[in-house]
Design a protein around this ligand. Sequence first.
Ligand SMILES: Nc1ncnc2c1ncn2[C@@H]1O[C@H](COP(=O)(O)OP(=O)(O)OP(=O)(O)O)[C@@H](O)[C@H]1O
Ligand SMILES: [Mg+2]
Length: 257
Amino acid sequence: MARAKSDPPLEKVDAILSSPKNTPARQTAAESQPLEPRLQPGTTEHLPLAGQGELASIAGSVLRASVGSERRTLLVTSANAGEGKTTIASNIAYSLAQQAGARTVIVDANLHAPRLHDLFAVARNPGVESLLFNNLDPESSLHATDLKNLYFMTLGESEHGFLSMFNPLRVHHVLEQLSRLFHIMIFDGPPVFGPSDPAVIANCFNHVLLVVECERTRWEVVQSAKERLREAGGSVAGVILNRRRHYIPKRIYERMR
Ligand SMILES: Nc1ncnc2c1ncn2[C@@H]1O[C@H](COP(=O)(O)OP(=O)(O)OP(=O)(O)O)[C@@H](O)[C@H]1O
Ligand SMILES: [Mg+2]
């Protein structure tokens, strides 16, 4: 098979693929690297759930589950479109950056419905695709935000056809580059039952989180999405129920938890 010009060198790919997911940490490398994103910073004022305790505790579990890992990487997906992946992923990233003080990047990987550029109010270009295809350094596609420790990458626009982005070797390469700069890397993925199935890259991540919109997606469909991710080698860390309806006043419900 011919190698694309922008593929990472093969010896590097071998090293990446042969390294076990849970090798001892090199985490301090990320802390010591100064970061100088060249793009305009984004705003967090449109994140609808920022600061919610529930998401902070999910974020905490993700963080604990990844302690000791070489990389702390999370893919957020759902069975169907519109269940709240971007909302949950960006808010988990916010919580990790704010409450755990972890340098965190969220990357838009929803090839057919990218939204991070709108959410953080910046231009869509350049984005992670320049990293995937042009071997540029990560800081050329990186945005800071008004929250210290929270960074993001938009999807960008691709001349290569976005589907070729979902090549595990390319995704490994990007994660490798980002892990030199960040403690936590969160990919806001597409839905499993959509035009670009994230299962093909699921095993590039430490964990996969499945967002389920309550009372909309049938449980069998959720199970089948989970199976698909597991069969592809993804480690499904859990399911997040989004837009949970409260049949008793939320204030009382909160006190009962
Ligand atoms: N818990 C929530 N509270 C309030 N609004 C929400 C919540 N979850 C999602 N939304 C809203 O629902 C809409 C869809 O959410 P979002 O974009 O996060 O879904 P998605 O799964 O990322 O969609 P897509 O599959 O298109 O990427 C958005 O307008 C978002 O603001
Ligand atoms: Mg989305």
